[in-house]
Design a protein around this ligand. Structure first.
Ligand code: NAI
Length: 313
């Protein structure tokens, strides 16, 4: 099989000064891409900044014969990061939204700052960088976007209300951008990685941190953003050498015209039955709802405001 090359492609990897992002940046450069190595160089809680993290990765890439430039802006300032790509390399093809911090604390003890900083870096950051790249993608009819989500977002995680909310929001963002981008050949997917890094070293035992190499995740990011990959709007997961996908499944449910809360209680086992559950797209969902309406018969326009306990039909 031929090597997946990225010659003449320009890639921004945010948060590429360490952990997962560093491995992506190095791999893209090895495969011929010109890489913007973005990193604010702060600590894992989103405070402080330095240029050294991005610089080190750029040096590593250049020493191996690759092409890269550093950018030290926070991801909230996406225009500056995209400007670095345009000024140095003349174009932008791929955005890997990877920068991240943690502000773990139980919901009861969470401060506004914990919430705001997480939203700012993960959600606003991914929005900002992708938004700045979007006009270039549209004009050249080519773009690839990765949104880094997390199992904390998909399943929830104790002490990470802020982080899990932001990470699930990124799934929605990836899915909507895939719909809006498709006719311009802009593909967007959500990535769920698991790897040992400074973010996970506080929650994982040391041997697991060492074993779960970020390099296990790298091939998935590379393939998903290659011009030959047609996936878009999906959630992909990688860690420990395992690669897979996660989808939202919707049960068959039940149409109960003019239902009361009591009707729902009586039919609960059918409502939550997942035996014939399947994956839907947004159009199919609306189609099913319209056909549910037809089961209401001629009285479908009435009784929608029924909040009482008694049946009105
Ligand atoms: P990491 O801490 O090693 O890397 C994150 C990088 O982002 C750091 O180098 C940091 O300096 C940079 N950064 C932080 N705030 C920034 C900002 N405002 N602007 C620019 N750069 C900034 O962590 P890791 O594990 O490599 O995480 C990468 C991404 O993967 C994050 O989005 C994280 O939430 C996500 N993730 C990681 C998992 C894991 O198991 N390591 C699990 C699920 C998600």
């Amino acid at each position: 099989m031929s090597t997946l090359r990225f010659d003449d492609r320009v890639v921004i990897v945010t948060g590429a000064g360490g952990g997962l992002g560093r491995t992506y940046a190095i791999e893209y450069a090895k495969r011929g891409a010109k890489v913007v190595v973005n990193d604010l160089g702060g600590d894992r809680h989103g405070t402080s900044a330095s240029t050294s993290m991005a610089d080190k990765v750029v040096q590593e890439i250049k020493a191996a014969g690759g092409q890269a430039v550093a950018n030290y802006d926070s991801v909230e300032f996406g225009e500056k990061i995209v400007e670095t790509a345009i000024k140095n390399f003349g174009r932008i093809d791929i955005v890997v939204n990877n920068a991240g911090i943690l502000r773990d604390v139980s919901f009861g003890n969470m401060k506004d700052l914990d919430w705001d900083l997480i939203m700012k870096v993960h959600l606003k950051g991914a929005y900002s960088v992708t938004k700045a790249a979007w006009p270039y993608f549209r004009k050249q009819k080519y773009g690839r976007v990765i949104m880094t989500s997390s199992n904390s977002g998909l399943y929830g995680s104790f002490g990470q209300a802020n982080y899990s909310a932001a990470k699930m929001a990124l799934v929605g963002l990836a899915k909507t951008l895939s719909l809006e981008g498709q006719k311009y050949n802009i593909f967007s997917n959500a990535l769920v990685p698991t790897a040992g890094s400074r973010l996970t070293e506080t929650v994982m035992p040391e041997d697991l941190v060492q074993a779960l190499k970020p390099e296990f995740v790298t091939p998935l990011v590379v393939y998903l953003t290659h011009e030959s990959c047609t996936e878009t709007g999906q959630i992909f997961e990688a860690g420990a050498g395992w690669y897979g996908t996660t989808q939202l499944y919707r049960g068959k449910g039940k149409v109960i015209p003019h239902a009361t809360a009591e009707d729902l209680k009586a039919n609960w086992s059918s409502i939550v039955d997942m035996n014939n559950a399947r994956h839907y797209n947004a159009q199919e969902l609306m189609g099913e709802l319209v056909s549910a309406l037809s089961e209401h018969g001629n009285s479908s326009s009435g009784n929608t405001g029924n909040t009482g306990g008694s049946k009105t039909h």
